[in-house]
Design a protein around this ligand. Structure first.
Ligand SMILES: CC(C)(COP(=O)(O)OP(=O)(O)OC[C@H]1O[C@@H](n2cnc3c(N)ncnc32)[C@H](O)[C@@H]1O)[C@@H](O)C(=O)NCCC(=O)NCCS
Ligand SMILES: Nc1ncnc2c1ncn2[C@@H]1O[C@H](COP(=O)(O)OP(=O)(O)OP(=O)(O)O)[C@@H](O)[C@H]1O
Length: 274
């Protein structure tokens, strides 16, 4: 089984992109969702958070007031480190459990949506590929202010708590540019599944839909087109109908990269239009 690390910056569009992969039936593990689970009242991390941050960060229900905790940690780097040291080990344990679940189910690829993948840098070595959901800094700030109702200064503090997206760009093996509208982000993915020089997100999504028998692996079908038909005819037809005439031509003439991802060391594949 291969792990694909998907990351980005705060409000760069990870959830938006991941929603599309889920639509296609991909196996996705979301670190933000797990981060919410492991701080529920009966968990160890909850007790530690209350011990260090005090009961003033609790709601009346006893649950953690995420807005209040966020306000503290995004303006105090040392408190952020403390929170990370409490939550990250618990998040990683739960992620490992979910990875094992998908392994047992026979999935070939699992997408791990990890906001701080490049900051912590401990997990990248386990990833077959890393995908960065990029967004230009002005758009990122505007979307963050709007979504969270933050002032410019508050939003800037949150962005500054992470590595700049331009730096993450250099660390990722693949980029999805989400600076434009949702449809253009979607097109990047679809094109990548049928185009020429594209690394082929296809095996990831198709593999999730119907895990192939282990003994066959992925080498048996001679081309990606055949692979698509073999795995999921309905999805294959749908994707074919969404391709541009030019991309169809290229597929017909066998120029699509049958290997899926382009793995040349240090090379960023140009699959997703930037
Ligand atoms: C600070 C908290 C309470 C804010 O909760 P809230 O519901 O408002 O935001 P949410 O959890 O949806 O996170 C939104 C985004 O904030 C960013 N973010 C969250 N935690 C951190 C952090 N410690 N450092 C930098 N950025 C962070 C990420 O981009 C994340 O996608 C919460 O994010 C948290 O518990 N963070 C610590 C755990 C963590 O590191 N989570 C990130 C996934 S590993
Ligand atoms: N292409 C887009 N066009 C317009 N708005 C978008 C686009 N992509 C995302 N958004 C909006 O921007 C905000 C941030 O997107 P999203 O929640 O997907 O980011 P994220 O990276 O998952 O955020 P976080 O780091 O906080 O988890 C949301 O309000 C979303 O609706």
């Amino acid at each position: 089984m291969f792990l694909v690390g998907l990351s980005g910056g705060i409000a760069s569009g990870k959830s938006t992109v991941v929603a599309v992969f889920r639509e296609l039936g991909c196996a996705v593990i979301d670190a933000d969702v797990i981060a919410r689970e492991v701080v529920q009242p009966h968990f160890k991390a909850y007790q530690q958070i209350v011990q260090y941050f005090g009961t003033e960060i609790l709601l009346e229900s006893g649950e953690i007031n995420r807005e209040a905790l966020g306000n503290i940690i995004f303006s105090h780097p040392e408190k952020r480190q403390l929170l990370n040291s409490i939550t990250h080990p618990e998040i990683q344990k739960e992620m490992l459990k979910q990875i094992l679940k998908y392994f047992v189910l026979g999935y070939r690829y699992v997408i791990l949506d990890i906001p701080l993948l490049f900051e912590t840098n401990r997990l990248t070595k386990f990833m077959k590929h890393t995908v960065l959901v990029y967004c230009d800094p002005r758009t990122q700030l505007a979307r963050l202010m709007k979504r969270n109702g933050l002032s410019r200064a508050e939003a800037e503090a949150r962005v500054a708590s992470q590595l700049p997206l331009d730096e993450k760009r250099r660390l990722a093996s693949h980029i999805i540019d989400n600076s434009g509208d949702r449809e253009s982000t979607r097109r990047q993915r679809l094109l990548s599944q049928g185009g020429t020089d594209l690394p082929g997100w296809y095996p990831v999504s198709a593999g999730a839909l119907r895990p192939p028998p282990r003994c066959l692996g992925w080498q048996v079908p001679p081309s990606r087109g055949a692979l698509a038909e073999w795995l999921c005819p309905a999805l294959s037809q749908h994707l074919w109908s969404r391709l541009t005439p030019d991309a169809r031509e290229r597929c017909r003439y066998g120029q699509a990269n049958p290997q899926g991802f382009n793995d040349a060391p240090g090379q960023q594949t140009g699959c997703w239009q930037r």
